[in-house]
Design a protein around this ligand. Structure first.
Ligand SMILES: Cc1cc2nc3c(=O)[nH]c(=O)nc-3n(C[C@H](O)[C@H](O)[C@H](O)COP(=O)(O)OP(=O)(O)OC[C@H]3O[C@@H](n4cnc5c(N)ncnc54)[C@H](O)[C@@H]3O)c2cc1C
Length: 346
């Protein structure tokens, strides 16, 4: 089960036994895990298939505009994550988004009362992850496609570079369940079943740019009817450079029903939907499919660390499916490793 992670300073230091640890995935879960393990004195290397950090908490940049097309904002309920947000704020990597939010349903548009602080990365959603990544060793453009176990050590194989030279004592997978599934399958039925049970569903995203402000008198809206679940003026967030950029996320049901469409096939459906909802026809737009956006059902089994294999799983899907949950799940695995080392040294 997921435990509440301790603040970094309270995670026991394990300087006597530094271990070589590989973390697959440099989203919020992998980065928070790496930071906590590095603080314990371990030698950590991250492997990331794309060219940058941050995973689904992301901003897409085009020639003259940019749009937050993944996670829209983050909230904090856990004191450790609240402290992390304060650190990001002090470093200029995050700020409160004082958005005017409405909701839309069969009765029309209704204002939503602010219930909690909504934070965003500044100047883009990738800033908090970049802040966490500053002093970490990360191998970019490296898609791990095989984990090899030889005695008590792990070797990693990537699609781009073949066998990696470092031998690892511990491997942590901080990636969506579907992507972790084939990696754990040869090694653990328990971990494989855990991944297979966590079915993740897609989200289609429509990014819209306009030369002048669109005539919509809110910054974001929860949409409770039709094909979209959320639309937002991405450019209303603090420190954004773009003039007028909007994001619209389709519902999980709509996205699942249309997940086999190409971007060109999905674009007219998404833009027509946007026009139907807002009365505005997008002229400059891009689309993106998040194939493993969120869990299809709400069962969170918690992070897992298999002591006999020295193999762990974390990520938002093991927690609350949110930025906060991803961050907490990474620290929870790090705490398991610290407690295990402490027990072994007694
Ligand atoms: C459309 C959308 C909207 C969202 N809105 C919100 C929101 O408003 N608020 C909120 O709190 N959360 C939101 N979320 C959820 C939030 O984005 C995630 O919970 C969080 O970012 C997940 O972090 P993670 O580290 O678990 O996974 P990820 O961010 O997915 O990171 C995993 C990383 O692993 C890499 N990877 C995968 N496979 C491999 C491999 N084999 N080898 C190497 N690297 C690999 C990926 O490239 C990625 O960088 C949203 C998500 C989506 C998709």
């Amino acid at each position: 089960m997921t435990k509440n992670p301790l603040p970094l300073s309270e995670i026991p230091l394990d300087m006597t036994q530094p271990r070589n640890i590989a973390i697959i995935g440099a989203g919020l879960a992998g980065l928070s895990c790496a930071q906590a393990l590095t603080a314990q004195g371990h030698l950590v290397q991250l492997f990331e298939k794309s060219r940058g950090v941050s995973g689904r908490m992301s901003t897409r940049s085009f020639e003259s505009w940019a749009c937050d097309h993944g996670a829209q904002y983050f909230t904090a309920t856990d004191p450790a994550f609240q402290r992390q947000i304060e650190v990001w704020q002090a470093a200029g990597a995050a700020a409160l988004w004082d958005a005017q939010i409405t909701s839309y349903d069969a009765q029309g548009w209704q204002p939503v009362k602010p219930s909690m602080g909504r934070y965003v990365g500044t100047p883009s959603m990738t800033a908090p992850a970049k802040f966490l990544a500053k002093d970490l060793t990360i191998h970019f453009s490296t898609t791990i496609d095989q984990l090899l176990r030889e005695g008590k050590i792990w070797k990693l194989h990537s699609k781009e570079h073949g066998l990696h030279e470092t031998r690892f004592d511990i491997v942590i997978l901080a990636i969506p369940s579907k992507q972790a599934e084939p990696l754990v399958q040869p090694h653990s039925n328990l971990l494989f079943d855990r991944c297979r049970d966590a079915v993740m569903v897609p989200t289609w995203a429509l990014m819209v740019y306009a030369h002048k402000r669109l005539a919509l008198d809110f910054d974001a809206a929860f949409i409770n009817t039709g094909m979209f679940s959320w639309i937002a003026r991405s450019s209303s967030k603090p420190k954004r450079q773009s003039e007028e950029a909007w994001i619209a996320h389709a519902t999980s049901d709509w996205s699942r029903a249309h997940e086999n469409l190409t971007k060109d096939e999905a674009a007219p459906l998404l833009t027509e939907g946007f026009e139907k909802l807002t009365g505005i026809r997008p002229e400059i737009y891009q689309t993106h499919l998040w194939r493993y956006a969120r869990l299809g059902h709400a069962t969170h089994h918690g992070h897992i660390f298999d002591q006999s294999l020295q193999l762990g799983l974390c990520g938002d899907w093991t927690s609350t499916e949110k930025v906060e949950g991803a961050w907490l799940s990474g620290r929870a695995v790090a705490l398991d490793i610290a407690q295990q080392s402490e027990a072994a040294s007694r």
